[in-house]
Write a protein that binds this ligand. Sequence first.
Ligand code: ADP
Length: 630
Amino acid sequence: MAKKQFKTESKKLLDMMVNSIYTHKEIFLRELISNASDAIDKLYYRSLTDDTVKLVHDDYEIRLTADKAARTLTVADNGCGMSKEELENNLGTIAKSGSFDFKNDPEHKNGEQVDIIGQFGVGFYSAFMVAEKITVESRVYGVDEAFCWESEGADGYTITPCEKETAGTVITIYLKPDTDDERYSDYLEEYHLRSLIKKYSDYIRYPIRMLTEHSQLKDGSEDEYETVTEDETLNSMVPLWKKPASEVSDEEYAQFYQDKYYDYEAPLKVIRQKAEGTSTFEALMFIPAHAPYDYYSKDFEKGLQLYSSGVLIMEKCKDLLPDHFSFVRGLVDSSDLSLNISREMLQQDRQLRIIAKALEKKIASELKKMLENEREKYEQFFKAFGAQLKWGIYSSYGSNKDMLQDILLFRSSDEGNYVTLHEYVSRMKEGQGKIYFASGDTVEKIALLPQVESVIAHGYEVLYLTEDIDEFTLQMLRTYSEKEFLNVCEENLDLSTDEEKETLKAENEAAEELLKFMKESLGDDVSKVQFTNTLGNHPVSLSSEGNVSLGMEKALNKMPGAEEHHIKAEIVLEINIDHPLAARIKELFESDKDKLATYSKILLAQARLVSGVPLDNPAEISDLVCSLML
Ligand code: ADP
């Protein structure tokens, strides 16, 4: 029979496996067992609604057989089995391997492929790390015919009819010859297989059995031993989330999480929850240490796995997680849900909503605890997912504020560190009525804003908003602890004494004609020009009036569709009344109005640059500056 070729992607992965120098080749066993368990799940699930499936739960098993003479290891299951077409489609191509999605991520294109193999579910092909040949004999439950898939690796595979008495799948690994570096024959040793099952597959819910040998005293004898064979179950079958928390190590959680959710890093936090009463469930949740590469894209799907009494009924149940906690991964196992509940029914299920509410509360309280007790860890979490919490406040129009506002962090003028709103308010200066903030691209740039310098000089702390969502979140919160938020670049920043205010007002009134002239020479680019006394040594700055600040203008115009509805903040050009420049302007207003018009444009350009707003017309500004030099 002619050999068929693997699909391109499969061939690539296969090549990686065959030539793998990866030291954790042993994970192939975990992969095969996990596939076997899935296959049994499928048949078991079918048996719940299909009377023709005569198996009951206790009939299912996964069986390992090591044959030292033949150098083969077989993994057999009595699950759903595969038809000829399924053998072709499932083993001739890669269905939906997490590793492949990952490898297509440009950030990891040149990443260490070798490591990827170990960290991800790479599935069936991983067996080629240890095998020189693999056969897969399979028969679908309730069907008479069986087929055998066979391959020696990259040069293709064959599928031929075969004899198989019972339904299910038998995978036979013909081990590679031992080398100086690698003893493949270890995979035939009972102790080795036993420890691999304990390590990787202990929680598999079906028995993994193997005939094992041990010696025991002969009946009636005191010193004569005999070797007996026993059919032993190697795994404890207790799912991790059913084990008492005290019996599960951090390593086990990490292993479980990384295998199941295809992460290359251990989780930042493990959350376990057990509820009895209005609803009965157990949850095992994880907070990842970093955002998945597609997290902030529309491809990302939130959700937890949903089990009903240990049987998986839904891979990603999105109704279990609110959007603001969409980064949480994990599972919920509840005995309250019926096994053959449909997806549509699940959505309206009252029980499910109760569970979701309880999970939300638990996650919020765990985050709060982490913030209080493990600050560094929390900051790492916040760097990855903080934007999602802020988005949660904004997108719910503030209705989640009570749950979320105290777990937000913002950078601040306190050395650029992260602070909570509570921390900010609790150290506010006496008489400080507002929570000051400023926005910009980076902490460093914000710190250089004239208004920020001035507010800090008055002894106040300033929140530094560096993310697009920040200002919108504050706008939605409106107040914290009854204190309003105030953008220091807003026109009505009010730090002066009454006397200073009076003087300034008089100055502005006296210069009304001058300021009007400057505004007119700038056209629509500003809504007003005025003198101010809060800029310290800086000559000019920008502020905004109305609801849209400069930061918001920037964020809004980054959004899709912004070209058509360009949003503009109402900009005020502020000139420092105490700067020598102010006198020069007054002079020019009397002597050379053309020059004053040129000055106005240059000053606005400078103010924009200082505020981190790009120039619309850099060439024109450059020409104007040159014209003054000549
Ligand atoms: P994955 O498990 O990530 O889908 P694999 O390459 O491990 O990828 O397996 C591909 C597919 O082959 C599986 O999705 C499943 O449909 C099928 N398969 C693998 N092993 C078995 C088995 N023991 N019984 C039935 N189907 C199997």
